[in-house]
Design a protein around this ligand. Structure first.
Ligand code: PBG
Length: 332
């Protein structure tokens, strides 16, 4: 690769328009997805302590909020349910009148053009906080029963699809979950519904604030048995290959900034859209530092979002999506 033309460029004048046409990647509001938390109850728009600027919205209020997201120009939302009732089998997650199906119907009514992605997992619906059905062993190890979990995830997906969900996003990391969900969706006549797989989901400390928001901190044990080891990257490519084989339409890497190399590798190795999830702990870090006056929140946030685009992410799931979209405004 010749380097001297680059040296010559240094002497040329660059104004902001020049920077625009030379930019190697661009971020627009179309690249952003806003996560939303839906709870039971009525008339609730309750700020979440651990997640700056985020709320628990009851199902009767979620449509209003979704409309604001749509007006800001964000094309999609990712829904998480925070039900009042939880049990060992996460049965609230497959109830057609449950918190997520009700929210989906409400949003489709108020903001019909907004794309709805729904997280498919059990941790928000189980009293033990694990992502699947557990074999509640005496020693407190909370082993997940993979096959029993697959059944619930498949059912959950069809219930969400029935309510009008556009994309399901399985995040339980159960073996074979994408195939089980695809089969169930097709069998129920929902072959139009896409699957966004959390293919590379790491066992991360950065999920802390989310678990507080969703009340999904494991009661015992940890998620190391089903989430990926942060030291591995080739394993992520293998997970992606498997999920694509099983029928995933797009894949996700999570968390975001600490795993940019994974986004980049997937982007270079596969011809499918790769998404990234800038998770709760990353959002909290930005706010904690900004609150102390140590960094500029919006600048640092935008820089983070740009880095995802540079690495090759098609879209970014991020708590500041609405805020960023308003800033990008007419420019993007
Ligand atoms: C699991 C799920 C989690 C997050 C998204 N989906 C929690 C976990 O794996 O413990 C975390 C997202 C975040 O930290 O922002 N349903």
């Amino acid at each position: 690769m010749a380097i001297f033309p680059v040296r010559r460029m240094r002497r040329r004048r660059r104004n902001s328009a020049t920077r625009e046409i030379l930019a190697e990647s661009h971020l627009t509001r179309h690249n952003l997805v806003q996560p939303l938390f839906v709870c039971d109850g009525e008339g609730i728009d309750r700020p979440i302590d651990s997640l700056a600027g985020q709320f628990h919205h009851s199902t009767d209020r979620i449509g209003e909020r979704a409309l604001k997201v749509e007006e800001a120009g964000v094309p999609a939302v990712l829904l998480f349910g925070v039900p009042d009732q939880k049990d060992a089998r996460g049965s609230g997650s497959i109830d057609p009148m449950g918190v997520i199906p009700r929210a989906i119907r409400e949003i489709k009514q108020r903001a019909p053009d907004l794309l709805i992605i729904a997280d498919v997992c059990l941790c928000e619906f189980t009293d033990h906080g694990h992502c699947g059905i557990v074999i509640d062993s005496e020693d407190g190890s909370y082993q997940v029963d993979n096959d029993a979990t697959l059944e619930v995830l498949a059912k959950q997906s069809t219930v969400f699809a029935q309510a009008g969900c556009d994309i399901v996003a399985p995040s339980a990391m159960a073996d074979g979950q994408v195939q089980a969900i695809r089969t169930a969706l097709d069998g129920a006549g929902h072959d139009e519904v896409m699957i966004l797989s959390y293919a590379a989901k790491y066992a991360s400390a950065f999920y802390g604030p989310f678990r507080e928001a969703a009340g999904s901190t494991p009661a015992g044990g940890d998620r190391l048995g089903y989430q990926m080891d942060p030291r591995n990257s080739r394993e992520a490519l293998q997970e992606v290959a498997l999920d694509l084989e099983e029928g995933a339409d797009m894949v996700m890497v999570k968390p975001g900034l600490p795993y940019l190399d994974i986004v980049s590798k997937i982007h270079d190795s596969f011809d499918v859209p790769v998404a990234t999830y800038h998770v709760s702990g990353e959002w909290a870090q930005l706010h904690a530092a900004a609150d102390r006056g140590w960094i500029d929140l919006d600048q640092a946030y935008m820089e983070s979002l740009h880095s995802f685009r540079r690495a090759g992410a098609s879209f970014i799931i991020t708590y500041g999506a609405e805020r960023a979209a308003r800033q990008l405004g007419a420019r993007g």
